[in-house]
Design a protein around this ligand. Sequence first.
Ligand SMILES: [Zn+2]
Length: 380
Amino acid sequence: MLLIIVAYTVPKLTDYSAAALEQAAGECIAACVTDAQSVRNDAELKAFRDRWMARKNGILTQINDLWLKGAPKDAKREAGRCVNQIKADVERTIETAENLLLERSTGVRLTTEDIDITLPGVRRPIGAEHAILKTSREIVSVFRQLGYSVSEGPVVETDYYNFEALNFPPNHPARDTQDTLFIAGQQSKPQRERLLLRTHTSPVQIRTMEKMKPPIRIVIPGTVHRNDPPDASHSPMFHQIEGLAVDTNITFGDLKGTLDHAMKALFGSSVKTHFRPSFFPFTEPSAELYVTCFICGGSGKREGNAPCRPCKQTGWIEVLGCGMVDPNVFEFVKDNGYDPKKVSGFAFGMGVDRLALLKYGVDDLQYFYQGDVRFLQQFG
Ligand SMILES: [Zn+2]
């Protein structure tokens, strides 16, 4: 038997009266039902569905364009109702065709009665901020209130930004402390152009100073990578927040005042801060900042004279590294107004993951990354 299918074409409407709309709709649905009867396999079902439903130039789209968008203003409401009715009928016709096809191939009969609309729905839990991001955001907000803005930069960095411009010359021993993960196949490039996963968020300091003239006050949150095998206190990927303030006449006193305020805002007004000399290639002088242990209050002892583990019974917890920006670093961005004879600044950087561990009293960093909802929902 030769079956000739005359494809349905959407007519242009001139008469928008209720009767004319109803007739046009009736013809359209009848055409759809006839079309559905020709479906005998998955390929034909797909073609049928596309013919009617394709977003681009499908019959429903054409109807929407011709009948609804083309309707005169006073007929829009009626035309809209008509188009919605057609849409619902076409969708039902397609669903019926799908079910018929399924029934023919599997012998399973699907009817609308199989769906019990009185059954309760599936409740999907609402997500919450991850403990590390939450901690990160808290720290950033303390500095935002001090007038700092947020800067971000690439995670895949060049050797130049990650090391050289931060006063780690090639072969400087301080590079060894960073356990860098390099991108493979870079040997043919000059060293400063070779790519790596940034080992700290500090490259963004240079990138920002290249773009913005002083004075600047920025905080830089972000992920960093180091070749550390995962254990209770290490992870090959972790989070840092770095800060930088550059202006004329910035002194170590500004650094101390800013960080003392920030620590009190983060850990409570009763914490005391304490600076110990340290070394970083990009700051001079450099210091490590300690705060009185916010778990034992600085006594080193827990209830019942038990030793306080987070502070190793010293009563102090190291929170971050900081220092005055080394004039050598300014030399790299001197042309953008950072003449080391005219400007000075301080920088600091902290590990967010470790602070989150301390803050929530978690003893294994890996819990944060294993994606176990039972653990993570405690912080929601
Ligand atoms: Zn303690």
